[in-house]
Ligand binder design. Structure first.
Ligand code: SF4
Length: 347
């Protein structure tokens, strides 16, 4: 395994040839009909990019369309109540993204007259907009030069140049950014950036990449050395611990008791079954598991009638649960509960 310098990469695959190949391929074979590609509106790009973090394109499309119907522009989103924003995000998970998007809209209205800026230095100041989103907004909305790196792009570079850097180890990210910056052209940025993402997502796939259909095959070191399966390199991830969690299910004919979580920690600001530190006495009636990035939650749900009705607790009628932003596993649990049976148990 050789750690190539940028100059060696340039000799292997000159920047102008790389850009031309990617742009031509994108035009013919890339994804050009995604809903957020149509208007080339920076707000559409911002919304779609936040939704696409950790979520597949096919899942995002209906959420994106519904989102634009309710929040068609930055101003509308900035003025919307947080509960409605969270309710529109529910099911997509990683709710911090929704809060960031809401905060971003408020910042854009307050600091930029509701117009998303083009300069990287200004974009970086907007909540939730990291280096990837800066690159996406600049290239997709403004067709301006901007490097872009995501998991797909890292995998593509790792195989093209047989890179020794681990794609899941953030200190190594700077190497991928340096390569992306080197290969970013001065023109046709929208197509180039989309082409990089499309190649990584649809051709240089994690499993069984379609090397026979890859326009970069002739320049690919991993292909030439028959080492495609050895790349990208990954750092062995640590086993994550399991933590117990206890939730109270307090129901009555008037509905289920929910508690709004704090803006910090897991499921920030979402409505949830009240959580307690210790297991109450008695037997738990339901269980669910959920995996967060740092631990697994093994939850037990206890039927109770603690009857906390003061804020942040409220009793929500079953038919109105859709109006509240609930964590996905809690929503799933509530939809699977045999209400009649459970109501009889607590009476
Ligand atoms: Fe990826 Fe195969 Fe193309 Fe190399 S030839 S970049 S491994 S798809």
């Amino acid at each position: 395994m050789v750690d190539l310098s940028i100059a060696q990469m340039q000799r292997q695959l000159p920047a102008h040839a790389f850009a031309e190949t990617v742009v031509t391929w994108q035009q013919q074979h890339g994804r050009n009909d995604l809903p957020w590609q149509q208007a080339r509106d920076p707000y559409h790009v911002l919304v779609s990019e936040l939704m696409l973090q950790q979520t597949q394109v096919a899942t995002v499309i209906p959420y994106f369309n519904k989102w634009l119907t309710r929040f068609p522009d930055v101003q509308t989103l900035a003025e919307a109540p947080e509960q409605e924003v969270m309710a529109h995000w529910q099911g997509l998970g990683y709710y911090r993204r929704a809060r960031n998007l809401h905060a971003a809209a408020k910042t854009i209205v307050a600091d930029y007259d509701a117009v998303i800026p083009q300069a990287a230095s200004e974009l970086k100041e907007i909540p939730g907009v990291g280096p990837y989103t800066v690159g996406a907004i600049r290239s997709f909305a403004f067709d301006a030069p901007a490097a872009i790196v995501d998991g797909n792009v890292k995998r593509l570079f790792a195989r093209l140049f047989e890179l020794p850097y681990a794609v899941n180890h953030s200190p190594h990210d700077r190497h991928f950014w340096k390569i992306s910056e080197h290969y970013t052209p001065n023109t046709n940025n929208r197509r180039f950036a989309q082409g990089l993402l499309d190649l990584g997502a649809t051709i240089c796939k994690p499993q069984q990449p379609l090397c026979h259909a890859c326009p970069l095959q002739q320049s690919c070191r991993a292909f030439a050395n028959d080492s495609v399966a050895d790349y990208p390199k990954r750092k062995q991830s640590k086993k994550i611990p399991t933590r117990a969690g206890h939730f109270l299910l307090d129901i009555s004919p008037a509905g289920v008791l929910l508690q709004q979580r704090s803006s910090e920690g897991i499921w920030p600001s979402l409505w949830c079954l009240p959580q307690v530190d210790e297991s109450p006495t008695g037997t738990h009636n339901f269980e669910f598991k959920h995996i967060f990035s740092h631990y697994k939650l093994a939850a037990k749900v206890w039927l109770t009638s603690a009857n906390h009705t003061k804020p942040p607790h409220i009793r929500v009628p079953y038919a109105a649960l859709d109006d509240y932003g609930l964590p996905a596993p809690i929503r799933k649990l509530l939809t699977t509960i045999p209400w009649d049976e459970v109501c009889n148990t607590v009476q």
